[in-house]
Design a protein around this ligand. Structure first.
Ligand SMILES: Cc1cc2nc3c(=O)[nH]c(=O)nc-3n(C[C@H](O)[C@H](O)[C@H](O)COP(=O)(O)O)c2cc1C
Length: 222
């Protein structure tokens, strides 16, 4: 059955003075430019409510046909974090032993390896699942559209929100990530796409000395 659309007035948008638009967009770009992927975390707890607000922000992401094909599992339990670390390190050991030379070469400047102590140390891990398809109340399969794109946008918003809130993140993608379905008891129709490590950086955290592409090489204006 095709539903007729219903419309309501757009009450959430607010116009900003031009100078404010310019200042806010510049400030936001500068703020995001300060984001770095952190691989040494402190065990300091995340203040109450911060993670939830950031997830609320992520869950407002646009999505193909508004089907919102995402699920976020927050892991703070030490025993579960440790199980995840053990499984991720198993995958990573295999990866580093068998990955194509070109891939390992691309990773070399980052200094990453199969040891993932931050999965124990950081106060929270957010496992992001992409719902390949949905399930209606009667168990009927609901086709999802643009799942990768939609979940990618939500993950980007989550990372930006966490950074904006003063937290550090590590976008971790042990491959394959099927162990997350098992450990976190998510259904087979969901695919684990990201294990986001969240917390404060360790006081002595260091990051790879890498650069971003010059802006004019990643944009064209016509
Ligand atoms: C899809 C994706 C997967 C990534 N997977 C990993 C990972 O498994 N382990 C890791 O240490 N970093 C991972 N990263 C982080 C990148 O290495 C990092 O974003 C990149 O080096 C740029 O550094 P920056 O985030 O500090 O700007 C991943 C990033 C993305 C976007």
């Amino acid at each position: 059955m095709v539903h007729a659309p219903r419309f309501v007035p757009l009450t959430t948008w607010r116009e900003l003075p031009v100078e404010q638009m310019q200042a806010r967009s510049r400030d936001f770009a500068e703020e995001l430019a300060r984001r770095r992927t952190v691989r040494q975390f402190s065990d300091r707890p995340i203040p109450d409510g911060v993670l939830e607000s950031c997830l609320r922000a992520a869950a407002t992401a646009p999505s193909g046909a508004n089907l919102q094909p995402w699920h976020f599992v927050v892991v703070r339990d030490a025993a579960m974090k440790h199980l995840i670390r053990e499984a991720a390190e198993r995958e990573e050991r295999e990866f580093y032993a068998t990955a194509p030379a070109e891939w390992l070469e691309a990773l070399a400047p980052l200094g990453t390896d199969e040891d993932k102590p931050y999965l124990d140390v950081a106060p929270a891990l957010v496992a992001v699942f992409a719902e390949r398809y949905g399930e209606g109340v009667d168990g009927a399969r609901i086709t999802h559209y643009y799942v990768q794109e939609s979940v990618g946008i939500a993950m980007g918003m989550l990372i930006a929100a966490l950074h904006h809130a003063g937290l550090a993140t590590l976008t971790h993608t042990p491959s394959p990530m099927g162990f997350l379905n098992e450990l976190l008891e998510r259904p087979a129709r969901e695919k684990a796409v990201l294990l986001l490590v969240v917390g404060y950086p360790a006081p002595d955290a260091r990051v790879p000395d890498i650069t971003r592409k010059p802006f004019d090489t990643v944009t064209s204006w016509r």
